[in-house]
Design a protein around this ligand. Structure first.
Ligand SMILES: Cc1cc2nc3c(=O)[nH]c(=O)nc-3n(C[C@H](O)[C@H](O)[C@H](O)COP(=O)(O)OP(=O)(O)OC[C@H]3O[C@@H](n4cnc5c(N)ncnc54)[C@H](O)[C@@H]3O)c2cc1C
Length: 739
């Protein structure tokens, strides 16, 4: 989108079943002039509810059963903010998030699902809830691990006899029996108990479905306890209202859905249970700018079960009404269907089908369901990534301004961004932002040399807060590579011309992210320059100090030294893959976490362990920067490719032939400096340009183990010895040991 036309923000909260359809449709339809789309989601992969039991049972892989929100948001030309919503400021039209500053909205749509109803004392501690579904897979893997580590008979109870409860019980049973059989254990090792508060299981289904499923449970030797209301839970036991105590080693909690607390706390009108009350246009009945769909919404006049089917069906009318409200057009009501096809799986490849009073069961029902589900998933995975849509031909919402006015943006916005943030007050700062002047005045500690560096980036991700964090970590890195202490920073920032409120929001997000990272290193921002620019960009001049004898240079390694790398490689290839929609969001998430990690603690640790030479791995890639550590007549490096830590997904993408645009230059410059070997994805990744990469250090072999242990404890869990310095010899400066 042409930034100068941005005047309104449509913010989607949660990547639930309705919003994935909104994103898909937004990507397929012409953009709405002047509107910027942002998705905020706590998880980056949405489990498709229809395939969740199949995932648990082992019929599907994680990727087959999850919709990756990253490529979908890219397809929709939406910004994706990975964060948890904690509340809403409806008066100021802001979404409150766990990690970042509030996000402004003009129109808001909420599809954040439901949470478990845990009323029984002890259940929150001793039971495993199946809701929220978006995080159940992780809880299940932990439960599975615990169960498989047990010896002897294991009793597993599922509390809740609705469709979710019985499906989950049978899926868990199927998977554990498979696991047990693979480990040579008897299939009778697991005993399952279903605890239903109602008179019968599946109370919302017809009598034929209940009879069919009762047969399934009977054949599986599942103990079914009806009218069994669990009133308390303790470790290894549940207590019922009737006074019975039932021993269970694991307890799964599958009772009906509850609402999150924050919509009601924010002032949205909700039903008695806290679900957002919306009209038949999916618009909040109390706040016209707010829409809601899926489990979190209650459509007035059309009570429906909390089910993925209804959330999915609400996707098209929700998209239509969001577009209408943004165009100022009247909203279009929709009527949710009353009857729907329900396909309830039984663990193995068998399922029960129901619609109205009709029901049947069979393996063919499972195959039918499998076909429907896979077709559904293909809608969100087989995305033809179009060229970015433009708003060419539309009138800019903001009048063009002359270039000279641009610089006025900075001072006010910088103050606003700083206002809510804790800046480390350093005694050495004589004049900083507190007492602004033409320039900052900073004292150096006695006997210290000034260390100065500068770096800047165009935004390479669509989340300004995260971009700020990564940029700050990258810019600090040169100071730490010198073994120096970072002291102050000067910012240079460009924000694309847009509605002034949007410019302020972007600037505040970006600077807040950056200042958090700077503040954690005790670095104070003492000034800067910010202006309008063609695109969002940020850079910092960082000033630090070091005693002359303590400065760590790139060269200085001896043949008695070992080579340590503190962070994994692959950020270049992952970002290149993301541009093509081929990088999984969980890979990117891990890469971003690495990139925003400051190298400060690693630098101090390496120094304490007698590092003799150090540099940081950035644009030239590992091998380019390693080459800078080696002189013509000094030691060589024997590099062990297999030991080089790689970010998740980097090898997969390199194997697919994905390269960053800087890769060819890096690879070409290196060919003469290396022992020629067979090309391999790992070797290629050693030329991958890094953003905010790790430190590369030479230190005495005897200190390596202790140093690695300390680095891991500091959170550099990928840090590894990747090679050894060896005696000078004619020929290649880098000898690759394994490829
Ligand atoms: C075991 C089981 C099996 C089921 N099987 C079926 C079935 O076969 N068919 C069916 O129709 N239904 C089924 N359901 C019900 C179905 O899972 C839910 O009704 C459905 O997931 C609701 O979709 P939703 O769009 O409301 O929210 P969800 O799919 O739960 O998505 C919520 C989204 O919001 C995000 N989010 C949540 N809170 C926050 C926050 N505070 N901040 C930011 N993001 C947030 C999450 O990360 C996620 O992206 C099943 C449920 C269970 C538990």
């Amino acid at each position: 989108m042409n930034n100068s036309s941005i005047s309104r923000d449509l913010v989607l909260l949660g990547g639930g079943h309705a919003h994935v359809e909104v994103l898909r449709r937004m990507g397929m339809q012409p953009p709405i002039p002047g509107v910027r789309l942002t998705l905020i989601s706590r998880e980056l992969h949405t489990p498709y509810s229809g395939m969740l039991p199949g995932l648990i049972a082992g019929h599907y892989t994680f990727d087959e059963a999850h919709i990756d929100l990253g490529p979908l948001a890219h397809f929709a030309n939406a910004r994706l903010f990975h964060d948890e919503v904690t509340g809403l400021d409806l008066e100021r039209q802001r979404v409150l998030c766990r990690n970042r500053p509030p996000v402004a909205f003009d129109v808001l749509s909420i599809d954040t699902g439901s949470t478990p109803t845990i009323t029984a004392p002890g259940a929150a501690t001793h039971a495993v809830p199946i809701k929220p579904v978006s995080t159940f897979n992780q809880r299940w893997e932990e439960l599975r691990q615990r169960v498989l580590e047990r010896r002897g008979k294991v009793r597993i109870g599922v509390v809740g006899g609705g469709a979710g409860g019985v499906e989950m019980l049978m899926a868990v049973r199927h998977r554990l029996r498979q696991d047990g059989a693979a480990a040579g254990q008897p299939t009778t090792q697991f005993h399952f108990v279903l605890l239903c508060a109602s008179d019968d299981l599946l109370p919302q289904s017809n009598a034929r479905v209940r009879a069919l499923y009762q047969d399934v449970l009977r054949n599986a030797a599942v103990e079914v306890k009806t009218r069994c209301h669990v009133s308390a839970v303790e470790l290894g036991r549940v207590h019922t209202q009737a006074g019975e105590a039932i021993d269970l080693d694991e307890i799964l909690w599958a009772t009906h859905a509850a609402a999150p607390a924050w919509p009601r706390a924010a002032g949205l009108t909700t039903d008695d249970e806290g679900f957002i009350r919306v009209s038949d246009c999916l618009q909040s009945i109390s706040h016209a700018r707010v829409f809601a769909a899926g489990d979190v919404a209650n459509v007035t006049g059309y009570p429906r079960p909390k089910s993925g089917v209804f959330a999915v069906r609400q996707g098209p009318p929700l998209t239509e009404n969001l577009r209408r409200v943004l165009r100022g057009a009247p909203l279009a009501p929709f009527k949710p269907q009353r009857q729907f096809l329900s396909l309830i799986t039984t663990g193995d490849r068998h399922a029960v089908a129901a619609r109205g009073e009709w029901a049947c069961a069979g393996d063919w029902v499972w195959r039918w369901k499998d076909g429907i589900d896979r077709r559904f998933m293909r809608r969100y995975t087989d995305l033809a990534m179009p060229a970015m849509a433009t708003t060419a031909g539309t009138e800019p919402a903001v009048a063009m301004r002359c270039g000279g006015c641009g610089s006025k943006l900075g001072a006010e916005l910088l103050r606003e961004a700083l206002a809510g943030l804790q800046q480390g007050a350093r005694a050495e700062i004589v004049i900083g932002l507190e007492t602004p002047d033409d320039a900052a005045l900073v004292r150096l500690p006695p006997g210290m040399l000034a260390v100065q560096t500068v770096d800047a980036f165009r935004s390479f991700i669509d989340d300004p807060w995260l971009f700020g964090r990564i940029t700050a970590a990258h810019c600090l890195s040169d100071i730490f590579a010198m073994g120096a202490t970072a002291q102050t920073a000067l910012a240079i920032a460009h924000v694309p011309l847009a509605d002034p409120r949007k410019m302020r929001d972007d600037f505040v997000q970006m600077m807040s992210g950056a200042l958090e990272v700077l503040a954690a290193e005790g670095v104070t921002l003492v000034g800067g320059h910010s202006a309008e620019g063609a695109e969002l960009s940020l850079g910092f001049a960082i000033n630090g100090y070091v005693a002359e004898h303590a400065a760590l240079r790139k060269r200085g390694a001896q043949p008695t030294h070992t080579l340590i790398l503190t962070k994994p490689l692959g950020s270049g290839v992952l970002l290149a893959g993301a541009m093509r929609g081929q990088t999984k969001s969980r890979w990117l998430e891990a890469a971003y976490a690495c990139m925003s990690q400051s190298n400060g603690p690693a630098s101090r640790c390496l120094r304490e362990h007698d590092a003799a030479a150090m540099t940081d791995v950035t644009g030239f890639g590992l091998l380019g920067h390693l080459l800078e550590m080696l002189s013509d007549d000094g030691p060589r490096v024997a590099l062990d490719l297999e030991q080089i830590p790689m970010l998740d997904g980097a090898v997969e993408l390199a194997t697919l032939g994905i390269r960053s645009s800087l890769y060819p230059d890096n690879a070409h410059a290196l060919t003469r400096a290396m022992s020629a070997g067979q090309s391999s994805p790992r070797l290629e990744l050693s030329c991958d340009p890094q953003t905010a990469g790790g430190l590369l250090a030479a230190l005495p072999r005897a200190r390596a183990d202790a140093c690695l242990e300390a680095l891991h404890a500091l959170g550099f869990r990928h840090a590894a010895v990747i090679g050894e310095f060896i005696e000078a010899a004619p020929g290649a400066r880098i000898v690759v040991q394994s490829a």
